[in-house]
Design a binder for this molecule. Structure first.
Ligand code: NI
Length: 419
């Protein structure tokens, strides 16, 4: 048994930011303001100048792509993907993917992210990085194909990789059919059937660009959402990244099947794809989470940047400053992310019995002064550099902005070498 006490800190709990003491026993939050029976304190963190928040949940990214940061920018979407990213990506080795994932994890921890949802191409590499770094993650091997084929090499790899997680409760897995334009209807059906059989969720990119929508209309006479639904992708817990080009009837389909949507504001804007209609999703009662997407399209993995963009874009586009608020944006980046990832009741909240996945922000820094409204500070003023200490699964993985679990110099050296 080990215990951490965060003493008398501001804490974001259920939309309030009052002062609390948080007790952590082993991997869990064991008490708030009340010392749990038998608590044995090993570490005390003076919380007087900290704001504690639930660790942020990056609900859609590609961690191994961190070395592709700034490699193909200011290009049309399909050129970016097919001419810019894919040829370089194809040359990456497993070792490159491992150091890419490590670089991404360092960046995410330093900006207060404690869980990420990854779609990747090199099995065993992200899992290795997650185990070593102390991060929490949900991993899907990206799947691409055209026929109904259970023996498809990628599907086999996806299932093989799941063995990696058996000894690590910070890891879970989904199946990751890449997108409608890279997965034929039969292949998608094959993946969906397998997901249903194995009790797995599906993580897919949907309705990201107008080209995708136009081609589906021409070839299959349906929308991207209809395409995924027809294949059975929504018969299991599903995470749909992007969902920019969606109709009202698509939103109804997603609601009916409890699909979680992940919006990726920076990536969507940078690739000129537009914005997901998030206020409409919220109004329809969809679970909306948020992600950075990969470093090749964002080009950062900073969730504070995304939270701020989320709030600003929709106010700006709707010409309505009350269509989405700071508190809602923070919920999207924490609680809703956990729900999307099948981690509801596990992480995403500061609550007794939840995993101790926390980020402590230093309030003695210009962006956090004065403390007129800490919820606004988090959504509109913070930039991630305020994150001082990060605890994941009850373990301090960063303190005084120093990562305890990773040899950061080695990762930086290797990541530069990849290029
Ligand atoms: Ni993506």
């Amino acid at each position: 048994m080990s215990g951490i006490l965060i003493k008398d800190a501001y804490a974001l709990i259920d939309g309030t930011t009052d002062r609390h003491s948080i007790y952590i026993t082993d991997d869990k939050i064991s008490g708030i303001d009340k010392e749990p029976a038998g608590f044995k304190q090993d570490t005390m963190i003076d919380g007087s100048s900290f704001l504690v928040i639930p660790g942020l949940i990056n609900a859609h990214t590609h961690s191994y792509m961190a070395p592709l940061r700034n490699i193909a920018d200011d290009m049309p979407f399909m050129d970016w993907l097919l001419k810019g990213v894919n040829p370089v990506e194809d040359k990456m080795t497993g070792k490159d993917a491992y150091y890419g994932a490590m670089l991404a994890i360092i960046e995410m921890i330093m900006c207060g992210t404690t869980t990420f949802n990854d779609m990747q191409m090199h099995i065993h590499q992200t899992t290795k990085a997650v185990k070593e770094s102390g991060m929490r993650a949900v991993i899907s091997r990206g799947l691409v194909g055209s026929s109904y084929d259970r023996n498809d090499v990628r599907i086999k790899e996806a299932l093989e990789e799941m063995e990696d997680g058996k000894d690590c409760d910070r890891l879970s897995f989904m199946l990751g059919p890449h997108a409608p334009y890279s997965c034929g209807p039969d292949y998608l059906r094959c993946v969906a059937d397998l997901a249903k059989e194995k009790g797995l969720g599906i993580h897919i990119h949907l309705a990201e660009s107008q080209t995708e929508i136009d081609n589906l209309k021409k070839e299959h006479n349906c929308t991207a959402i209809e395409y995924a639904q027809k294949a059975g992708c929504f018969d299991v817990p599903a995470i749909a990244a992007h969902c920019i080009r969606v109709t009202d009837s698509d939103i109804e389909i997603m609601k009916e099947h409890n699909v979680s949507v992940v919006t990726n504001p920076a990536s969507n804007m940078k690739l000129g794809n537009g914005f997901a209609p998030v206020p409409k999703f919220l109004e329809a009662g969809l679970n909306v989470a948020i992600g950075t997407d990969g470093a090749a399209s964002n080009n950062s993995l900073n969730m504070f940047h995304e939270i701020s963009l989320l709030a600003l874009i929709h106010k700006g586009v709707a010409l309505d400053p009350v269509c989405i608020g700071a508190e809602e944006c923070l919920k999207i980046a924490t609680e809703n992310g956990a729900k999307a990832l099948g981690l509801e009741g596990v992480t995403g909240k500061i609550k007794e019995g939840y995993k101790a996945d926390l980020a402590l922000l230093n309030l003695d820094t210009p962006s956090m002064i004065p403390q007129n409204n800490l919820i606004s500070s988090l959504a509109y003023s913070a930039n991630g550099s305020e994150v001082d200490t990060v605890i994941i699964d009850g373990r301090i993985v960063m303190q005084d902005r120093e990562i305890k679990t990773i040899d950061t110099e080695k990762v930086f050296f290797e990541a530069k070498k990849i290029v």
